[in-house]
Design a protein around this ligand. Structure first.
Ligand SMILES: [Zn+2]
Length: 408
């Protein structure tokens, strides 16, 4: 059965093609380094950052292209339909056919991505001395994450196809509503149910950090009662921190590396930045945008499926519809990444500004940016396209300038 390529597909495929080629081009030829960076970083730091990040970008775009080419061949080459028929004969149809098709596709995509996963998160991290993980512990992480993903996705797929057959005209509304609800539930539960499967989290006991958190939370007028330290050093030497959770699962998480390797005033700058995300309600804003995007994307998916897959007026969508959905969602999220990153960078700028108001210590915030970018080997002089397309955080120099402005 031949699937129809309509205008939405053409637009998505063209946009993805152009973005991928530009990404690859600027990864290979990043252009000259912004001379202003000389004030903050040595030439060696800048070139090492570029070398390390080039490898990461090649792994990312290589994995993405491999996956998209496979999905396009599967969907528009008629292979997905053939596989779907074979599976339906084998399982005798019904919901089992849908779940079996999902599982086969999931396994194939995991296999295609495995070499890229391994290169990016194991081999390259060791090569640059960031990873502290053994291969055995890497595999353990991999299987835990895959197991969790396959269980949750199987439930999701079974629900989706049930809803699609039950409400053929409005399933997309139900799908979007359900996924939105899941986004909220997940934000609430993830830090308490899932993150502890991979790391240990303990309340900070350091009296200096506790006093600093109290001082900041008083100034921010926020009841920050959970600042947790994560044993990140069992995987990486990089330092980081994040803010997560919803309602009473909200927490600020600091990597143990950060506390061990950074001076107190820079740790304070980090905590203030995470508190600023908290105070400005960035998680709720992110969820709001996610919910809005959900309805748009599911509406678009509904129209696309209707004009792509020919079904009889009484028939249901066949199991290979799942491959079409995965292709569609992968293309949409890739093509939309400049938009999502734009929102994310704005929130980061805002958090930096508010943090400086809280600490009143712009020099420490600047030093923190220099230290983090230098030690974690960031690409501090990214090509404009790559920054626009894939940076969820502004590059160090832009952050330093914004911090200076906020302090004036
Ligand atoms: Zn942030």
């Amino acid at each position: 059965m031949q699937l129809k390529i309509n205008g939405i597909w053409l637009m998505l495929i063209m946009l993805t093609g152009v973005f991928s080629l530009l990404f690859l081009w600027f990864t290979l030829f990043p252009g000259r380094v912004n001379p202003e960076l000389g004030q903050y970083f040595t030439d060696r730091q800048i070139s090492q950052g570029r070398d390390y990040v080039r490898g990461m970008r090649l792994v990312f775009i290589g994995g993405f292209i491999a996956q998209i080419v496979f999905l396009l061949w599967l969907v528009f080459g008629g292979k997905a339909a053939a596989l779907s028929r074979g599976i339906q004969q084998f399982t005798g149809g019904g919901l089992a056919g849908y779940v079996a098709f999902f599982f086969v596709l999931w396994l194939l995509l995991r296999l295609i991505n495995l070499p890229f996963d391994m290169l990016g998160s194991y081999y390259w991290q060791h090569r640059w001395g960031f990873s502290t993980q053994t291969l055995g512990s890497w595999w353990l992480d991999y299987f835990k994450a895959a197991g969790l993903e396959v269980v949750l996705s199987t439930i999701g797929v079974a629900l989706l196809f049930w809803v699609m057959s039950r409400w053929p005209g409005t399933w997309w509304l139900m799908g979007a509503a359900f996924l939105s609800l899941w986004l909220v539930v997940q934000s609430f539960l993830w830090p308490v149910l899932v993150s502890p499967l991979f790391n240990r989290f303990e309340p900070t006991k350091d009296p200096g950090v506790l006093a600093m958190v109290d001082e900041l939370s008083l100034k921010a007028q926020l009841p920050v009662d959970r600042v947790l330290v994560m044993d990140a050093s069992q995987r990486t030497t990089k330092a980081n921190a994040y803010f997560t959770g919803l309602g009473n699962t909200r927490r600020i998480v600091l990597y143990d590396n950060l506390l061990a390797d950074y001076p107190a005033d820079e740790v304070k700058a980090v905590v203030a930045h995470e508190m600023a995300h908290w105070r400005q309600g960035h998680i709720v804003q992110g969820l709001g945008l996610g919910v809005l995007a959900n309805f748009l994307i599911w509406g678009l998916l509904f129209m696309t499926l209707k004009s792509t897959i020919p079904i009889s007026p009484y028939g249901n969508y066949p199991p290979y519809t799942w491959a079409v959905i995965v292709l569609f969602m992968t293309l949409v999220s890739f093509a939309a990444s400049p938009l999502t990153n734009h929102f994310s960078r704005n929130m980061e700028f805002e958090a930096d500004r508010v943090a400086v108001q809280l600490t009143g210590d712009a020099p420490a915030a600047e030093r923190l940016q220099v230290n983090l970018a230098g030690k974690n080997l960031s690409d501090v002089s990214p090509p404009a396209f790559i920054e626009w397309f894939s940076y969820s955080h502004p590059p160090a120099l832009a952050r330093i300038k914004a911090i200076r402005q906020a302090a004036e």
